[in-house]
Ligand binder design. Structure first.
Ligand SMILES: *[C@@H]1O[C@H](CO)[C@@H](O)[C@H](O)[C@H]1NC(C)=O
Length: 214
């Protein structure tokens, strides 16, 4: 949640498993989601990170949800965008869902440059603009990369608003609340991700400063 508890801004979740893929699409449907942010490759050094929960071509049926791949657009080496038609076979209603898939951010790691992730975020938000449904954000376990992305997005959204109303960054959430829970071995990754989030914020702050009227 951001400022309004009645309107969640994000749903952060683990990547679907073979046994949860129908639940995942049900969640997309019931929350009226139009944007999915996927932050993990399907496989990392031979280890499965996430179930391949969409069709590579044509359509797949997950319980009562038919998912149709409409298009796949490779933006760069780091991310691609897929567009789906989602059909509820019980009601015959259809919706369009766009998936933004970041490919080069490995678990417990950070992207090579924050610039690429900021470009990715801009594309996500351009697609999302004007909506009020939550954005689904998932990686593999749904904590490190998802939490890092949500933190960057929330802070930059607040700063963008702040730069418009001259209220500065007083509205920032206490960042300690955004750090995911500690697990053994996760400490280093969490620290790197937190530092990365702050570095990304600093870069965008520089861009905002440069764009301010002199
Ligand atoms: C959905 O479409 C099928 C095939 O056109 C039709 O048989 C069915 O009655 C429709 N269901 C609803 C709820 O409109």
């Amino acid at each position: 949640m951001d400022h309004d508890p009645r309107n969640p801004a994000y749903i952060a979740t683990q990547g679907p498993l073979p046994s949860t893929v129908a639940d995942f699409w049900q969640m997309v449907w019931e929350n009226g989601c139009v944007v999915i942010v996927m932050l993990t490759p399907l496989v990392e050094s031979g280890l499965k990170q996430c179930y391949h929960y969409w069709p590579d071509e044509g359509s797949n049926l997950y319980h009562i949800y038919e998912v149709n791949l409409v298009s796949e657009h490779i933006w760069c080496d780091d991310f691609l965008v897929r567009s789906f038609y989602l059909k509820n076979m019980q009601t015959n209603e259809t919706r369009t869902v766009t998936q933004f898939h970041f490919l080069t951010w490995l678990n417990q790691n950070v992207p090579e440059t924050s610039r690429t992730l900021l470009d990715f975020r801009r594309k996500v938000n351009k697609c999302y603009r004007g909506r009020s449904c939550p954005i689904i954000v998932h990686c593999s376990d749904g904590s490190g990369r998802s939490g890092t992305y949500v933190l960057i997005d929330m802070v930059l959204n607040k700063m963008a608003k702040g730069s418009k109303v001259q209220s500065g960054i007083r509205g920032l959430p206490p960042v300690t609340h955004c750090a995911p829970p500690q697990r053994p071995g996760a400490r280093r990754g969490v620290k790197d991700q937190f530092e990365f989030a702050l570095t990304a914020v600093a870069e965008e702050v520089n861009a905002i400063l440069k764009a301010l009227p002199q």
